[in-house]
Design a protein around this ligand. Sequence first.
Ligand code: ADP
Ligand code: MG
Length: 249
Amino acid sequence: MKNLLEVKNLKKIYHDKNGEIIAIDNISFEVKDGEFIAIVGPSGCGKSTILSILSNLEEKSDGEIIFGKDEVKIGYMLQNDALFDHRTILKNTLIGLEINKDLNEEKKQRVINLLNTYGLGEFINKYPKNLSGGMRQRCALIRTLAIEPDILLLDEPFSALDYQTRLAVSDDVYKIIKKEKKTAIIVTHDLEEAISIADKVIVLSNRPSTIKNIYEINLPNKSVPTKNRKLKEFSDYYNMIWKDLDVHV
Ligand code: ADP
Ligand code: MG
C-alpha cells in the first residue's frame, strides 16, 4: 500500500492576547491508502488542530504535509453534525456539492443512492428533526462522502451520542467508510473507540503535544468493531496505550 498522506514535523503555534500557545510540535505520521487511523490524546492537546491543518482551515507554523497524489480531496466531519434544520435530508447532503458548484444530475443520483443504501431513503424529503441521533450522524457522513473525498477526517463524531447509540453508530459509520473504500483519520478521546475501529492508533502527549507512540492494531473483527471490545487482545492494547496517556485525575 502506498502512502496517501505523509505528515512531517508538523508544528502549530497559536497567538492570543496572552501570548503564544504551542499546540502541537514535531508531529510525524504516515497514512496509507485505505487505512483507518485514530488519533487519541488528552483534551486540549491539539487533536482538532491537526485535522484543521490537514483540511486547510488553519495554517501550519512549521513542518510538511505531503499528499501521495495530486488533488487529494478532503472531507471533514465535525463533532456536531451541523445539519441545517430548514433543509431536507437530501438538500443537507448535497450542500458540499452546491458550495463547490459541482452539483449535477449524476452526482445528485449518486447521493440519493448512498442515502438509499444506508437506510435514509425514506427520509430524503424529511427534515433533520425527523431523524434519530444515529441517523443524523449517518446523514452527516453521507454529506461528507457526497464530495467524493480521498481522505475523511472525523473529529469526535460520536461524542454527542449516548453510549449505546455511540456503539451502534460507530459500527455503522465504520462499515460505510470501509464499504466506500475510504481512507479515514478519526480524532477521539475515547480510547476504546480508537482501538476497536482503527488500524493504527496515534497517541499524543499533553500540550505542547508530540507523538508518544504509534500502535498497529491487529484485531480479528474487521467488519464489526464493537465485537473487538470483548476480546482479550483488546484489553491488552487498552492497558498498554492507557499507560501512554498522561491522564491526571
Ligand atoms: P483538542 O482537539 O485535542 O481538544 P485543540 O486542537 O482544539 O485540542 O486545541 C489545542 C490547544 O490549542 C488548546 O489549548 C486550545 O485552547 C488552543 N487553541 C485551539 N484553537 C485555537 C485558536 N484558534 N486560538 C488560540 N488557541 C487555540
Ligand atoms: Mg477537539
